[in-house]
Design a protein around this ligand. Structure first.
Ligand code: NAD
Length: 234
């Protein structure tokens, strides 16, 4: 691994599954008993904002009872030790990577523990509920705070930073993601085109598994610590 300097890691719901946070696919296409179209689109929010707030308020409360697992811990260890460029691009909206100690991290699909004011564009750390339409801490207006989560049909965050990092990467690793949600599902092809080696660590072959140079299948809490140990020469 001496030829590898810059690493980009894409993570998905599978990394947090063993912390007790449901993935999408494991719900048979349902997300915590809801159809995605009913809770995770701008149209759903316009149609039934109370339903959407109740859904996200419950998930915001739930993730605060979960703790990082051995996969989050191993990635934080790699982040701390790796001398080259390093970036975790997570599709997850939980905060388990940062609670494990990772710092070179970006949330392309937003964060459960943020509220976004659509009146003044301020984002604030938020651990409570939004259904009662609290005022924005920045502008004071009630009724404009929404979950700071990228819904289907909305543009993911920090795409320029992500593509810049991928184009500098010598190694791209995809962990715990089904390869079904774009644009993240296309990152492996971008990385290949830029000359990076590519590795998939997932419970099962993802939809884009054939794009990777190498794929290892099993639970993230086993695969990720073993891979990190190898990267760090332990
Ligand atoms: P996904 O549910 O589509 O796919 C999860 C993948 O992880 C599957 O391929 C599955 O085989 C694999 N997996 C399940 N358990 C695993 C384990 N223990 N170890 C390794 N792999 C495991 O999730 P996705 O690809 O991240 O895309 C779904 C979208 O849903 C994302 O946009 C994400 O924002 C959102 N989401 C986020 C969370 C979260 O924040 N924790 C949870 C559910 C969904």
């Amino acid at each position: 691994m001496t030829d590898i300097q810059n690493i980009v890691i894409l993570t998905g719901a599978g990394v947090s599954a063993e912390s007790g946070i449901d993935t999408f696919r494991d719900g048979g296409g349902l997300w915590e008993q809801h159809r995605v179209e009913d809770v995770a689109t701008p149209e759903a929010y316009i149609r039934d904002p109370d339903l959407v707030h109740r859904f996200y308020d419950a998930r915001r409360a739930a993730i605060q009872t979960k703790v990082p697992n051995a996969a989050h811990d191993a990635l934080a260890r790699l982040d701390a030790a790796w001398k080259g460029e390093f970036l975790i691009v997570t599709q997850n909206v939980d905060d388990l990577h940062e609670r494990a100690g990772a710092s070179r991290l970006l949330h392309m699909h937003g964060e459960h523990l943020n509220a976004w004011c659509t009146a003044c564009d301020n984002r604030s750390h938020w651990t409570g509920t939004l259904i009662e339409r609290p005022p924005c801490p920045a502008c004071g207006l009630p009724g404009y705070l929404r979950p700071d989560v990228v819904w289907f049909g909305e543009m993911p965050y920090r795409m320029e930073d992500i593509y810049r990092a991928i184009n500098r990467a010598d190694l791209f690793v995809s962990i715990g993601t089904s390869g079904a949600v774009y644009p993240a599902a296309g990152f492996v092809r971008e990385a290949r085109a830029a000359g990076a080696k590519t590795l998939e660590l997932n419970m099962e072959p993802s939809q884009g598994s054939h794009w990777f140079d190498e794929a290892r299948h099993g639970p993230a809490t086993a695969l990720v610590p073993a891979w990190v140990d190898a990267m760090l020469g332990r």
